[in-house]
Write a new protein. Structure first.
Length: 256
């Protein structure tokens, strides 16, 4: 009977030990699980902080690039405005100079024409009836030269007007490109507009050079004295010398 009780006590002790061992193992597993969860949370926190730091750095870089682009665009706008003001002043001065030159040339031609008409009337009074045929031939030659001078003046005027129209069109294109350049926000579009503006400015400069070249050397008819019968009659009292190559009726000529 005592042995049976002792065996029952031993069994109870073993069960208690097994229960204690199971609890210890469960607590160990639970502690390891909590440790893994804490480690996972720590890693998640580290990764979250890294992502937040990367996002902050990206935002700062984007903001820096945006400020740099805005500053570059502002500088480009100021430069474009200054260049446009200089270009506009230069073109206005050149246009005024061309208009003044054309007005002076037309006035000179008008004076030449008036002087030619006055000399024509005086020659009609001076020339004898026997030289009427020669005077008629000289008048016809002078009329041809005057007509040719007038036609060349009209052609030069038309060419200057066509060049001015092209220059005005180029100025309008430059103004439009500069306005688009001032409002450009995309760097690719900004560079494309800069290239178009440079090409248009080069074209405008070429047109300005053409206008200067066409206005600086006006073509005038050359009078050799060969077809002017009236001139030979009116100038018979002058001594013979080198031939006169002046324009008919030019008040600055030394041989008239």
């Amino acid at each position: 009977m005592a042995e049976r009780q002792e065996t029952s006590v031993m069994v109870s002790i073993q069960e208690i030990l097994r229960d204690a061992q199971n609890r210890e193992e469960q607590e160990k597993v639970e502690a390891e699980r909590r440790a893994r969860e804490q480690e996972q949370q720590r890693l998640e926190e580290i990764r979250r902080r890294q992502e937040e730091e990367e996002a902050r750095l990206r935002a700062e870089e984007e903001d820096r690039q945006r400020r740099a682009f805005e500053e570059q665009r502002r500088q480009a706008e100021l430069s474009a405005m200054q260049e446009a003001a200089v270009q506009r002043a230069r073109m206005e001065a050149e246009a005024q100079a061309r208009l003044a030159e054309m007005a002076a040339r037309q006035e000179h031609e008008r004076q030449l024409h008036a002087l030619s008409q006055d000399k024509h009337k005086k020659r009609l009074q001076w020339i004898a009836i026997g030289l009427g045929v020669f005077f008629f031939v000289g008048a016809v030659g002078g009329g041809i030269l005057i007509k040719r001078s007038y036609d060349e003046a009209q052609a030069a005027k038309a060419q200057a007007a066509a060049l001015q129209n092209q220059i005005d069109e180029s100025n309008a294109t430059e103004a439009r490109l500069k306005a688009q350049l001032a409002n450009a926000k995309d760097p690719t579009e900004y560079q494309a507009l800069q290239a178009q503006l440079a090409a248009e400015e080069q074209r405008n400069q070429q047109l300005q050079q053409q206008a200067q070249q066409s206005g600086s050397t006006p073509k005038k008819p050359t009078y050799t004295g060969g077809g002017g019968g009236g001139g030979s009659g009116g100038g018979g009292s002058k001594p013979a010398g080198k031939p006169c190559n002046c324009t008919p009726g030019d008040p600055l000529c030394s041989c008239l």
